[in-house]
Design a protein around this ligand. Structure first.
Ligand SMILES: *Cc1c(COP(=O)(O)O)cnc(C)c1O
Length: 411
């Protein structure tokens, strides 16, 4: 008897797995009830063999497409050689990772971490240290300005300045030292800055808030204000970075450079948690041995995977493709769904379709899209986020537009 014979019948497998998850897992997510077992490029397959075009890309962690063969090869090769040394010793993948990442982004220093939230926490620590050591702020007085509607992760300090009730409620007491301003409001930023301001932390486009694009010139103005008042500009590009918006980093759309840039998610092409804080000399330069660290941060497996994830992004022109296919998808959705949507907005392949509030919420349209072979996730009740892998092709974009047009015309 083969092991396959011991599994429940194929059509019962999904429901058995869903039941076990519901019984044994913490219920901190509300996923669509599709159980995936395989992925390749823009496609994923469920345990019943049904194929879907993935329009979430694991919140943009799989920009390079599922199971990219070159990243897979880098992972397996490195996994068979050396995976973890800790930073107590050096490994031969870290230096080339730094070198290639700096050459690509123009950064001068890198702090490697694992998850996005850790990169955010690291940047907040660095900004506070910088405020005391370089700017001369009095001990424990440093302030960090953030934006309404922000999403920077799930750790306690990060949710301390969240404005989303579900993210915060019941988790106090919170970390002090944060000020919230409206997103996209440079005047409010200027008024919020004091001599104690260490940093302004902002997403170039707010992803989790529903692909909220700030007014043109906001980031440019924020950059000028930060420079003028000696405040670090921290751009959280964990979702917008690495090609998602049609540029390597979204900051390029306004021709600015942050003092600290946070990347994660697609830094590993979805194979492994890898994140990084990028900066010029002065900011990350404040960290001394023993002041910060991570057992897995900068491990050779992470570095080898990230190096290849960056390489394929560039060599296979995924950033250019994101710009071209993003334009095509945005145009197609506006033409075919503009009359049934409140707004279709986006930059590159970071797109959102917002429904009129009287359409009964986005969830049922995500269910309808699923029946048409498209996997999407709603954000904030009325918005469908559309963010396929950056390897999507023109005919796949056109097919997607047809599925949206049909699904949105139901009921
Ligand atoms: C996903 C995300 C994070 C958190 O990343 P994790 O790896 O889930 O901790 C932080 N900031 C932004 C903008 C994100 O999209």
């Amino acid at each position: 008897m083969s092991s396959a014979d011991l599994l429940p019948p194929r059509h019962d497998l999904a429901s058995a797995l869903l039941a076990t998850e519901a019984r044994l897992g913490a219920h901190n997510y509300k996923p669509l009830d599709v159980v995936l077992t395989r992925g390749l490029g823009v496609w994923v397959w469920d345990v019943d063999g049904t194929r879907y075009l993935d329009c979430l890309s694991a919140y943009s962690a799989v920009n390079q497409g599922h199971c990219h063969p070159r990243i897979l090869a880098a992972l397996t090769e490195q996994a068979g050689r050396l995976t973890l040394t800790s930073r107590a010793f050096h490994n031969d993948q870290l230096a080339p990772f730094y070198e290639e990442l700096c050459a690509l982004t123009g950064s001068h220093k890198v702090l490697p971490m694992n998850s996005g939230a850790e990169a955010v926490e690291s940047a907040l620590k660095v900004a506070r240290k910088w405020a005391y050591q370089v700017k001369g702020v009095a001990a424990d007085e440093a302030e960090i300005i953030v934006c309404d509607g922000n999403f920077h992760g799930r750790t306690l300090s990060v949710i301390s300045f969240s404005t989303d009730d579900a993210s915060r409620h019941g988790f106090g007491p919170f970390t002090p030292g944060f000020k919230v301003i409206p997103y996209g409001d440079a005047g409010a930023l200027e008024r919020a800055i004091t001599p104690n301001t260490a940093a302004f932390l902002v997403e170039p486009i707010q992803g989790e808030a529903g692909v909220v694009i700030p007014p043109a010139g906001f980031l440019r103005r924020a950059r000028d204000l930060c420079t003028q008042h000696d405040v670090l500009l921290i751009l959280d590009e964990i979702q917008t970075g690495l090609g998602r918006t049609g540029a390597l980093l979204a900051e390029e759309h306004e021709g600015i450079e942050a003092d600290l840039t946070l990347i994660g998610k697609a830094l590993s092409g979805g194979f492994y948690p890898v994140s990084a804080v990028l900066s010029h000399e002065a900011a990350l330069g404040v960290l001394k041995p023993g002041e910060h660290g991570s057992t897995f941060g900068g491990n050779p497996l992470a570095c080898a995977v990230a190096r290849m994830a960056l390489r394929v992004l560039v060599e296979e022109d995924m950033i250019g493709n994101s710009a071209r296919m993003g334009d095509r998808l945005l145009r197609g959705l506006r033409e075919s769904c503009g009359d049934v949507a409140r707004e279709v907005r986006g930059r590159g392949l970071m797109i959102a379709l917002e429904l009129e509030p009287d359409r009964g919420g986005a969830r049922r349209f995500c269910e309808a899209l699923r029946r048409r072979g498209v996997l999407c996730k709603e954000t904030h009740t009325h918005t469908i986020r559309i963010a396929p892998p950056l390897v999507i092709e023109a005919d796949q974009v056109d097919w997607l537009v047809e599925q949206f047009a049909a699904a949105l015309r139901m009921g």
